[in-house]
Write a protein that binds this ligand. Structure first.
Ligand code: FAD
Length: 427
């Protein structure tokens, strides 16, 4: 690809104006680059935009998985950007989706990002040329589609819009209704119904907690090693995985059988990059996006970076770090390793994961405990500012509480005292 020295390249295309895209745009502009963010929706904010209306046509995409009454599963104290935290006037730590959306809007205004965001502009094709990137953008306002050319691409299209539906025997025999959590909107739809929820991740647990307040009975099917004994278990029965569906319900792995009216599959999402052409050189195999260096840089075309793939992390902070990390290379302040070095590094990292028991390719971008080493690595390699110790400590205090303290963990308020310390009090 391009032989021009990186520091002479200037044009940045950001795909998406959610939490990640806003960070990519802001940091690129601050680094002196010419950046534009294309957002297919009518407003910025991505995931945090709640809309009750679902498309009539099943082929039309649903852009957000947000549902009524959601409160964040992380405290706002760790959800701000490193240089733009949530206002302290908001007293609660676990806030509504609307409050997150307002925060993202205020971030865009504070850093004067809006003149650089093109709403209702959908990137439909990205292809590498000899010296740059060709990007086809469909302008929904004027119904035109023209190519534009860029030196760098930040892929910030979000990872919670392509449902990962399980394949379970008899699913097509079941005569009740089935949906994925992606299109779950309101608990009242399940009034007096019997509902099976599949999956006990953050969405499965939270949606169970919402629906059980309306439903006659909820069955929560999961394979967590330890059975959560949270307070909501009144009208909730926990079940192992489904062995097979029947006409009226399901038989579970322990041989028990239940009847129900609805199934909500809270089984997660798949990475998907429909606008990237195959010659971009990145594949998704079993939800492993490869080959990427440090989970973000496209090894085949390093002027393209993916922001926000790792999960079980501190989302906003990791997005911002990945952007600042890659910008060190894109602005010529650091030299990218060779392709061979990047591949060797990727293989080494994946080997370590395999040894630690992350043998499933689906978990290739899972961080959990590894996230802290990852942050140190990005910071040490490029000299960018690391996440403050207080944020890491706070994250350790509140992580995974959605499983065992589902009904109570949001009744805490955190206060950041300084870069090292926080306080927590029950409300
Ligand atoms: P998104 O917010 O999805 O933004 C992507 C944007 O790209 C969208 O606006 C989309 O329209 C646009 N786009 C996509 N394709 C194109 C294209 N081809 N052309 C133009 N634009 C395009 N995180 C937390 O920190 N705390 C929480 O409590 C929390 N709760 C969550 C609850 C739910 C139900 C879900 C689904 C996620 C939750 N998350 C939470 C994770 C959250 O999604 C991330 O923190 C973050 O908001 C993701 O930002 P993003 O920019 O990567 O993606």
């Amino acid at each position: 690809m391009n032989k021009t020295p990186m520091h002479e390249l200037r044009r940045v295309c950001v795909i998406g104006a959610g939490t990640a895209g806003l960070s990519a745009l802001k940091n690129s502009l601050e680094a002196g680059l010419e950046a534009v963010a294309y957002e297919r929706g009518t407003e910025i904010g991505g995931t945090w935009i709640f809309s009750e209306e679902l498309p009539k046509d099943e082929h039309e995409e649903v852009h957000s998985s947000m549902y009524e009454g959601l409160r964040t599963n992380l405290p706002k104290e760790v959800m701000g950007y490193p240089d733009y935290p949530y206002p302290t006037e908001i007293e609660d730590s676990f806030i509504t989706s609307q409050q997150v959306l307002e925060f993202l809007r205020s971030y865009a205004d504070h850093f004067n990002l809006r003149p650089h965001i093109k709403l209702q502009h959908e990137v439909i094709r990205v292809r590498p040329r000899l010296n740059d990137w060709e990007v086809y953008v469909w302008d929904h306002n004027n119904n035109t589609c023209d190519p534009v050319y860029y030196d760098f691409i930040y892929v910030c299209n979000g990872h919670y819009t392509e449902p990962d539906m399980p394949k379970i025997e008899g699913m097509d025999l079941f005569e009740g209704q089935q949906m994925h959590s992606h299109v779950y909107r309101k608990a009242e739809k399940f009034k007096d119904q019997r509902v099976l929820i599949i999956g006990a991740g953050p969405s499965g647990m939270d949606i169970t907690n919402h629906i059980r307040k309306e439903a006659r009975h909820v069955y929560l099917s999961h394979h967590l090693p330890t059975t959560p004994n949270t307070a909501f278990m009144g009208n909730v029965t926990q079940k192992p995985d489904v062995e097979r569906f029947t006409k009226n319900g399901a038989i579970f792995k322990d041989g028990s059988e239940e009847s129900f009216d609805y199934v909500v599959h809270c089984t997660g999402y798949q990475y998907s990059f429909p606008c990237l052409s195959t010659d971009v050189g990145v594949q998704v195999i079993d939800n492993f996006v490869q080959p990427l260096w440090k989970h973000c840089v496209n090894i085949n075309h390093p002027t393209m970076s993916f922001i926000g793939l790792p999960f079980n992390v501190i989302p906003t902070h990791i997005f911002d770090m990945q952007v600042r990390f890659t910008l060190k290379f894109y602005t010529g302040q650091r030299q990218l390793p060779t392709k061979e070095q990047m591949i060797a590094d990727l293989e080494k990292e994946q080997g370590e994961r395999w040894e630690c028991g992350f043998v499933n390719r689906k978990k290739a971008h899972q961080m959990g405990e590894r996230q802290f080493d990852y942050y140190n690595e990005l910071a040490n390699m490029t000299g960018i500012e690391n996440i403050k110790p207080v944020i890491l400590k706070l994250m350790k205090d509140c992580g995974k509480k959605y499983i065992f303290e589902l009904d109570t963990y949001r009744n805490n308020r955190y206060t950041v005292i300084d870069d090292e310390n926080f306080t927590k009090r029950a409300i």
